[in-house]
Design a protein around this ligand. Sequence first.
Ligand SMILES: Cc1cc2nc3c(=O)[nH]c(=O)nc-3n(C[C@H](O)[C@H](O)[C@H](O)COP(=O)(O)OP(=O)(O)OC[C@H]3O[C@@H](n4cnc5c(N)ncnc54)[C@H](O)[C@@H]3O)c2cc1C
Length: 496
Amino acid sequence: MTAPASLWRCSLCGYVHEGATAPESCPVCGADQAEFGPYEASSGAPAKAPGERWQCLACNAIISGPTPPAECPVCGASHETFEPAGLPGTTLAGEARIAVIGAGIAGVSAAEAIRQAAPNAVVTLISRESALPYYRLNLTRYLAGDISVGELPMHPEDWYAQNGITLQRDAEVFQVDAERGSLVTSDGRSTDFDGLVLAVGSHPFMPPLDGTTLRGVFAVRTAQDAEALLQAVTGGGGPVVCIGGGVLGLETAGALARRGVEVTLLESHEWLMPRQLNRRAAQRLERTVRGQGIRLICEARTAALLGTAGAVSGVRLVDGTVLPARVVVITTGVRPNTSLARRIGLDVATGIIVDNRMRTSHPKIYAAGDVAEHHGVLYGLWGASLTQGTIAGLNAAGADIPVLGMPRTSSLKVLGLDVISVGQFQAQDGSWVVVDGEDQQRYRHFVFRDGIMVGAILMGEGGLGLATRKAIEGKQSFAALLRRNASAAEVVAALG
Ligand SMILES: Cc1cc2nc3c(=O)[nH]c(=O)nc-3n(C[C@H](O)[C@H](O)[C@H](O)COP(=O)(O)OP(=O)(O)OC[C@H]3O[C@@H](n4cnc5c(N)ncnc54)[C@H](O)[C@@H]3O)c2cc1C
């Protein structure tokens, strides 16, 4: 007997899979099967009462449908947290014109959410890139040769017209008149709007070093960057130096090493991924990195990039070491694209300041994704951008849905080692409890505050990522276990 088809959502990239079971691995981001959870009511979530609209009591999202969804598409809470919602507090935007600037994951999610919440709204999605909106997080898998260029787009070209979304590509917005509600793009077109979502993302941070403008120096942010880097490294030549041992630097170094390139990876901190891993976890990761033929130098402070005839020829470190390089890749973080927001006159700190509705200091304008600063936090992560984009889109369409903070979740692709870091991975004072354990294959590290799990590092434990994130987001208490000095294995058992 064939099992009924259901929908499954990858908790890392948001990909929705239709089938009797979740796929073995995510065809989009490569995440393990265990990262998939049921999506929508098709998995048989019982209706609590007749009704058309359901409110998630965890995040207040209001979802339409004859039954509550199996899992909240906004915060992931289970169907049990839904109650029938009363009449809408606000009127959805009807035929309002809503423009979204930036077609990364935040912008595309916003456009999708607007379309769902306000079927008659006129939705315009504007991108300065020429490529169809794509899975930016997969550029390193593309560099590694895991996926082809044809697998990068989020949707086929006709999807936008079919969903009533006007997609303008190769169009940069330079000018926005917030009071009149109009904007002008680089191709001279002007668009009037009643609501606006800024989802303009971030750009690579270039450290203030001599030589960063030399030929052969690359960043990895866009599909164009990835293509140019690939062209520069294929066909042999000398060594490549990657500066920055965070997630992007590691994945890029791993991808190039898999293409047979001689790679040196420089990290200025004592250990790799210092924003996501403790020293112990990083030591384990270092073994994998070195095992893949990557030369790794930690505590390596770059003094300058050296050049010959306008092209990069090496990297000089502060201690005087010179590393020859025909290509240098700089992955030292990102900075939000705030110039447009500053020209509009919006409140900007590091990013565009947004409230709990993702609204900026102008009532008509929302912001989401890498560019948004929410309670002082810039996430710089795919999942957070997707959630924020959805909320900004729903609210721009007239809903009233707050977004709460969320734990940062990072995972590593390309290197073939399951590494997940969630939330606060280090105890902040002596009252916090840490439970860890390891063996040859696995490392588990759980952090608790007042008996509640607030963070974790998991290595070689791809199957535990979703359960751990849910425990942290759901503020699950482990107090009774901790009183008994529970082992890491007991914590894992309690995660279910
Ligand atoms: C190679 C790579 C791998 C990554 N891997 C991971 C990962 O594994 N997990 C994870 O959580 N995160 C990962 N990230 C980070 C993640 O991709 C970002 O957090 C996410 O893409 C941010 O989405 P966004 O929509 O806010 O911004 P962006 O994706 O930056 O999109 C913004 C878009 O707006 C456009 N734009 C800017 N200004 C204008 C303008 N004035 N007019 C028109 N268009 C404009 C930009 O060109 C861009 O296309 C990775 C990033 C990179 C580069």
